[in-house]
Design a protein around this ligand. Sequence first.
Ligand SMILES: [Zn+2]
Length: 196
Amino acid sequence: MLAGCLLDLDLPQTDKRLLTIAETDGCLLDGISAATGCQVGRRTLRIEDYGKVAATFVHIHQEQAVRIWPSRACRELAQHYAGGAPSQWEAQLIGYQRLPAELLLCWSPVSLVTPLAALIGQAGSRARCARCHEEILNQREVVQPDAVLCRACAGQAYYTRLTADDPRPPEPEVAACPELVALWEGFGLASRSGQD
Ligand SMILES: [Zn+2]
């Protein structure tokens, strides 16, 4: 909500003018999602996992960004503002609702290291990796001088394959797979056979 004030945006948004980059996963994301309307499924919420309760809010049209994080004293201040709450948990629950934003939170304008256009990518863009043959969405392919690769095949994988199928052979075309053709015909989709 503070980000909405700082960036002059009505929140929760019903469009895609705000992009939020959260710095941890967990319940913080649910709160951010409810307050801002940013959602992973709408490509307006993403995670850079630094293990921090912090987030950067980006006005996509104006390319302004502000990073917001909790003040160091917010837990103690919450106790004070909660007025005799029976537990620390309830003190934080109540106190955080009553604390003025300037005591609860800190904020600073920031500039994104990765250009916004590259961060978002081109929705609807599709490529195919020359090595694993899997489809790559939203311009996340790595264009090398001799091939277009997915990030995993370009050496940026977060996993290691446990099978010796690298590089994998291309999967057969749908039209060459009798089981799939029969299945599609059953759904009245035979005319799509062979299409990607
Ligand atoms: Zn690949």
